[in-house]
Unconditional design. Structure first.
Lengths: 330, 330
DNA sequence: TTGTAAGCGTTATCAG
DNA sequence: CTGATAACGCTTACAA
């Protein structure tokens, strides 16, 4: 590998001058500049990133932490993040937290050890204080998640409104006995709580009380959805609609309902969340809430790059709006 | 950030000794070793990776290049790769080639500039010579892809056999007019060609000739599948079965067929490929060919780490076997 | 078993 | 406008 010294030698200039050319400094004569370019070309020279980093430069790498990449929501998000990063000459170091505190900590340390310039977190496992303590090593941005009372910037959709819209749609269609799934663990923070609020608000608007027997917590997968459906099937008083919180759970509910001989939406209306590809594929197609994933990715990277360049943020808390996609399951 | 000098100072030892402790060198007294550990702990010391790299060490990062992460096959593969990498204390730098030569080249350069120790390629865009020229900067491994006449190690499934098994299943069920989709562009290399061979072989076994009107090239998405189905619907002589080459295309075919009022498999049997989650979700559920993704990921990382450590490989060309999953679409 | 010192490839500072 | 030099944090001969 050619080094800056090789280029210097070949041009008869000093390393300093070559470095200046590489970094587009002003006050260099046209001739020498071109001389350097030529030599770099001939030698196939590439600056050594490790040396640059050691010297205190940026790494041109941003870290992205997701719970699991196989969740389509996150693979689409990472897709968007990676593309925007690439356009800005940044690389993405992707990491799965697997919803484990220690894996998240491991990754936060990459910021500390300067392996990434900044971090986009799409999941939060550790306490606020822990995560905030890492901000002194570089900018952190929450994407699709947040911690209340935290100064860490956020890009997210208004989950409370999203749940409200979804629930209201069910109410508008005349359903009154609405079940509810949440991925949450009753934590006092983050997006699950917001969804709960939106759900409750919609019910309140219609003076309906929540039937706690119809609330299912800690649900995530298709299998969870099937399980929920079996539980419902065994109830004396059954709901007539369900707000699932994810297309995957919704798909599980529908699959199980069909195998139990039930009709969707006649016997049970099913509302998804995310508008993933399966929403269109399942029969009946899912009514669901579309999140602006691409936009969220674009804005997140933009904001993080601003933070990296110490440019001001117009807002620390960017909120995107969702859209109801009505299909056949409600 | 604490440096090795801080640790040295605090312990009253030299940087060299501290370094030896960090790197588990032999011939260090127990006392000093523990002294160093204690100081590292107290200072929250973490070795600076850039300095280590500059000094010629490994980066503990492997690069993984995929065409698009939103393709479930690849998100599951990356999931597996990342998990095994993590267990071995490696990080994954994920990159999407987007099927573009220049993006792939950009990423290959990370090997040249020592930002990754080795590379796992799950897609190949550039010519053999180009890619091979990068092997002098670090090990490259093909996963689920390969180039003939190349010395680059490979982990893959026997695609020819997979296509053979799938086609044979259709023949065994009595279908004789079999259509065929390929993602390929008629290149002379790689897995698409192998599938073609397997498909042809199965037909040959039954003395059936390929009807070129039923061969569809460059198909990848659900939308492509819908398009294929519309084309078929417009034909005078229609196939009675289709080997799609991916669950996504198969899903598109089925969705469009249903909206055209056709029955699956009565009017058209549909064979998927991959056994992605949608295979179970679509109605009728897809008969498909299951690829051992998890295993492929595990073996790939293992092999690359061996290469990194200059350990011998038992075989340069590891072939995994597939399994036919029979459901209701055939 | 431990310490000294050189060097990895850059860039910033200072001097010219 | 250009050059010499030090420094970033670490590892490894070589010496002791």
């Amino acid at each position: 590998m050619a080094t800056i010294s090789d280029v210097a030698e070949r041009t008869g200039l000093s390393k300093a001058t070559v470095s200046r050319v590489i970094n587009n400094h002003p006050y260099i004569s046209k001739e020498k500049r071109e001389l350097v370019y030529k030599a770099m070309e001939e030698l196939g020279y590439q600056p050594n990133p490790s040396a640059r980093r050691l010297r205190g430069q940026l790494t041109n790498t941003i870290g992205v932490i997701v719970p699991r990449i196989v969740n389509p929501f996150f693979s689409y998000l990472v897709d968007a993040l990676e593309q925007v990063a690439y356009e800005n000459n940044y690389q993405v170091l992707m990491f799965q937290s697997d919803e484990k505190k220690d894996k998240e900590l491991y990754f936060l340390n990459l910021l500390k050890t300067k392996q990434v310039d900044g971090l986009i977190m799409t999941a939060i496992e550790n306490e606020r204080e822990v995560i905030e303590s890492y901000t002194r090593f570089g900018p952190i941005l929450f994407c699709n998640e947040y911690l209340s009372q935290s100064e860490i910037p956020v890009v997210r959709v208004d989950q409370s409104k999203a749940a409200y819209i979804g629930t209201k749609h069910l109410l508008d269609r005349g359903y009154r006995k609405i079940a509810y799934c949440t991925g949450g663990l009753f934590v006092d923070d983050g997006k699950d709580k917001d969804r709960n609020i939106g759900f409750q608000k919609a019910l309140n608007d219609h003076q309906i009380n929540i039937n706690t027997a119809w609330v299912f917590i800690n649900k995530h997968t298709i299998e969870d959805g099937r399980h929920v459906m079996r539980q419902i099937a065994g109830m004396n008083e059954k709901p007539d609609a369900i707000f699932t919180g994810s297309d995957e759970i919704a798909a599980g509910v529908i699959l199980e309902a069909k195998s139990l001989g039930m009709k969707i939406p006649e016997d049970l209306a099913v509302m998804g969340f995310d508008d993933q590809p399966i929403a269109e594929m399942i029969d009946p197609a899912l009514t669901t809430i579309q999140q602006p994933i691409k936009e969220m990715g674009t804005i997140s990277v933009d904001m993080l790059l601003r933070l990296l360049k110490n440019q001001p943020l117009d807002q620390k808390h960017k909120e995107l709006s969702v859209e109801l996609v009505i299909r056949s399951s409600t």
